[in-house]
Ligand binder design. Structure first.
Ligand code: SAM
Length: 228
């Protein structure tokens, strides 16, 4: 093990800024620099906890170049925290490539647990969670129907992420591909307008004209044979 630099992978809130561990704040205060997606988003969190640190911004465009830069800093003995815009890095968020590169270069990696929309939504879904399939975002166009068909045959609870723009479309597709399944949809969890919609896709769609459909969504789909 390379005894110098360390990478801390830090879970941060998915909405409510108070949802962060004491240890995560301590680590953000300890490290020499923070790797993030968008400085504007991360700065809101850091300002809330009076933390000021240099940033390295990593996104799909600059990832390879930035990974080299981060490895060099770790080689110089610096401590780094990786955060994403919300929740746990690497969970439908950037992070995996950096974590891999850090493993290959034999630096220590320490996970600092925190919120993730997938575990929070499962915990309040009332649906079986002993075994589940996390699919994240479905493909937007190519392969979407094929994936829905494949998921409709899975005998476990399924978790999907969805954005404002496609939630209604996804519900219509679930009505077609998995008509009788019980759903629990977490909207804007931990935020001011958080709510959970429960029922079949058809029931939720019928109710939708009474709902505000803006926000971020986690869709939990009960297994085929699940009965309430
Ligand atoms: N890394 C994050 C995590 O650990 O949950 C996920 C990031 S992913 C880019 C963003 C998606 O996660 C959103 O489109 C939504 O599906 C889900 N999500 C994040 N925050 C949420 C919240 N507060 N309520 C509901 N869904 C949320």
């Amino acid at each position: 093990m390379n005894a110098t630099g360390k990478l801390y992978v830090v879970g941060t809130p998915i909405g409510n800024l108070s949802d962060i561990t004491f240890r995560a704040v301590e680590i953000l205060k300890l490290v020499d620099f923070i790797v993030c997606e968008d400085t504007r988003v991360t700065k809101i969190l850091l300002d809330h906890y009076s933390v000021t640190k240099p940033f390295v911004v990593v996104n799909a465009q600059n990832e390879s170049k930035k990974i080299e830069e981060i490895l060099e800093k770790l080689g110089n003995g610096l401590l780094c925290a990786l955060v994403s815009d919300a929740g746990t890095p690497s969970i439908s968020d950037p992070g995996t490539r950096l974590v891999n590169a850090v493993i290959k270069n034999d630096f220590e990696i320490i996970g600092i647990p925190g919120p993730s929309a997938v575990t929070l939504a499962l915990s309040i879904s009332g649906l079986p969670t002993d075994s589940f399939v996390f699919e994240g975002f479905l493909p937007q166009k190519k392969g979407r129907q094929k994936k829905l068909l494949e998921l409709s045959n899975i005998e476990r609870t399924i978790v999907l992420y969805e954005s404002t723009y496609r939630i209604e479309k996804l519900l219509s597709e679930l009505k077609e591909f998995m008509p009788n399944r019980q759903l629990a949809i977490g909207r804007e969890l931990t935020k001011k307008f958080e709510e959970v919609w429960r029922g079949t896709a058809s029931e939720i769609l019928n109710d939708l004209n009474k709902k505000i459909i803006k926000g971020e969504f986690v869709v939990i789909i009960a297994a085929k044979d699940f009965k309430m």
